[in-house]
Design a protein. Structure first.
Length: 345
């Protein structure tokens, strides 16, 4: 079974010869340390060295405001705070807007101005051969919708001015649908999956009610998922935290796998997820990146991976419970993770 076959079998919960695994994205701050530890000179060589099953490709986006698809909109009131210090609760452009017609006052970017289809095609062609190719296009329309008001204000406006919130969310969603269409068209037939995501939860539960997430977020997510499915892509959906209560909703809108399974979050224990949802959806993640990968020993990491293999004979892409390998993760623990994926002891 090759890497691509193993990926599809895992997503479709069919038998595999060994678990599918994904390193995740490599934070630039940790990249050189990983390369040195494994004796390679590039991330592509690292993927091959680890026998990784998945290669990610990020949507190339270049504008005066951003060089990635996850920092496209600048809703910050520049007189109040520097963008580098921005958080979701920073007062945003629409902080004091109350009329839905005010949505037109913001200078919304046009995706086609800043995405080059030829560059998208080249980005995929440069990847290592023989792996499942996963597009990283986040499309975090809910998080940006919170940012445009400032998160506290956004949660209030969902109650007091829902039409305004929906109008803003629709404009953000329109941008991502167009951006993704450009990328999917330019790389048609070359992608196997896409990673989409918003963060809907903290460690102990959802940030807002399940019904509000359905109304203000999941309706848009459903459109993003349907778009990806039109191109034959498997959809892996990301949300940090305790999202157990909306897993049935993600299944209903066609998500193929849920990322990243933070096992320390309430209700996200792998055994429980396998028991309650394992016949309906697959998962990606599961190796705790809050404590285990940071402070644990290589032996403890190996033991956890072996445990996950028993819980999920298939249906789990074993990966850190974060989309990125960060500087606080020792390379020896990354090595231990992939060793345990390939070996039974």
């Amino acid at each position: 079974m090759n890497h691509v076959e193993r990926f599809y079998a895992t997503i479709e919960r069919r038998a595999v010869n060994r678990p599918c695994a994904w390193l995740g994205l490599v934070d630039p701050a940790v990249c050189q340390g990983l390369l040195d530890h494994f004796g390679v000179s590039s991330v592509s060589e690292l993927i091959v060295k680890l026998d990784d099953d998945i290669v990610p490709v990020e949507l190339p986006y270049h504008s005066p405001a951003a060089d990635s698809d996850y920092s496209i909109f600048d809703f910050t009131e520049e007189t109040k705070i520097d963008r580098q210090q921005q958080t979701l609760n920073t007062p945003g452009f629409f902080e004091e807007v109350t009329d839905p017609r005010g949505v037109e006052d913001f200078e919304w970017p046009d995706a086609s101005d800043y995405i080059d289809p030829d560059e998208c095609s080249r980005a995929v062609k440069q990847l290592p051969d023989g792996r499942a190719v996963m597009a990283i296009v986040w499309s975090s329309h809910f998080q940006y919708m919170c940012e445009v008001f400032g998160m506290e204000n956004a949660l209030i406006r969902m109650q007091t001015a829902p039409q305004l919130v929906q109008a803003v969310a629709e404009r953000i969603l329109d941008f991502y649908l167009k951006a993704n269409e450009i990328f999917y068209s330019a790389t048609k037939g070359k992608l196997d999956a896409v990673l989409l995501g918003n963060d809907f939860a903290g460690q102990t539960g959802l940030l807002l009610s399940r019904q509000m997430i359905r109304e203000f977020a999941l309706a848009g997510v459903a459109r993003l998922v349907a778009q990806a499915k039109q191109y034959g892509l498997k959809v892996i959906y990301h949300s940090c935290g305790s999202i157990r209560d909306i897993i049935p909703d993600l299944i209903d809108i066609g998500v193929d796998a849920i990322h990243p399974i933070e096992p320390l979050a309430k209700g996200m224990a792998p055994t429980e997820l396998k028991r309650d949802f394992g016949d309906k959806v697959s998962f990606c993640g599961g190796v705790d990146a809050q404590e285990l990968l940071v402070n644990g020993t290589p032996e403890q990491v190996r033991e956890k991976v072996l445990e996950l293999k028993k819980i999920f004979p298939t249906g789990l892409i074993i990966s850190p419970s974060n989309e990125s390998i960060l500087p606080d993760v020792p390379p020896a623990n990354v090595e231990a993770l992939f060793y345990a994926v390939r070996h039974s002891v």
